[in-house]
Design a protein around this ligand. Structure first.
Ligand code: SF4
Length: 190
């Protein structure tokens, strides 16, 4: 891929380090895009926004931000209460995560069209903690809806390098995926 204008959805600073390096080496003309209304609570959301701004500044990458933030709306979109009154089991591959990723891929595809990009991708593709089949499926569905190509690569082998770079560059490093459920999963046994 040479000189394609690529919108890179950035979930956080650390995941953006090696992901940016990869696509830059591929010849992409990168536009960063922050849209992550799943990050809770608000002060954590703000820390991650700052982390992504820090990353973009260090890389000289243009950054577009959608800072929409409404946890009540987000929960209403991603949680589905069952007929029995219970809720879905909460694990890393839950339907909640598929909807959460789908919401972000949908918005990224829309922004890729607005920014006149030929394609879009996401830094989620470097994370060993995410379900990559879900990322790929949700990206492709958003791609088909908006007529802009979704580029998926399995960048998990670059994950250790991204952690090292994030330390070297002094980026904010979060301890959990984003939503309050993931924060609970991270700390419940501690
Ligand atoms: S665990 Fe992460 S991917 Fe899953 S719903 Fe929460 S923020 Fe979204």
């Amino acid at each position: 891929m040479k000189s394609h204008r690529l919108l890179l959805h950035v979930c956080c600073g650390p995941c953006g380090t090696s992901t940016h390096r990869y696509w830059f080496a591929e010849g992409a003309d990168l536009v960063g895009f922050f849209y992550n209304p799943n990050i809770q609570p608000l002060m954590e959301f703000r820390r991650r926004v700052e982390g992504v701004r820090d990353l973009a500044q260090q890389l000289g990458m243009p950054l577009v931000e959608d800072l929409s933030y409404d946890p009540a709306h987000w929960f209403s979109q991603v949680m589905r209460v069952t007929g029995g009154g219970g809720e879905e089991p909460q694990d890393s591959t839950s339907p909640r995560c598929a909807r959460c990723i789908g919401m972000r891929m949908e918005r990224a595809a829309r922004e890729a069209v607005a920014q006149q990009c030929e394609a879009f991708s996401t830094t989620l593709s470097i994370s060993p903690w995410q379900d990559h089949e879900v990322i790929r499926a949700q990206g492709r569905e958003a791609s088909a809806r908006h007529g802009v190509e979704f580029l998926y690569r399995d960048l998990r082998p670059l994950y250790p390098e991204s952690r090292r770079l994030s330390r070297e560059w002094g980026l904010y490093r979060q301890k959990y995926c984003g939503c309050l459920v993931s924060e609970w999963e991270r700390y419940r046994d501690s």
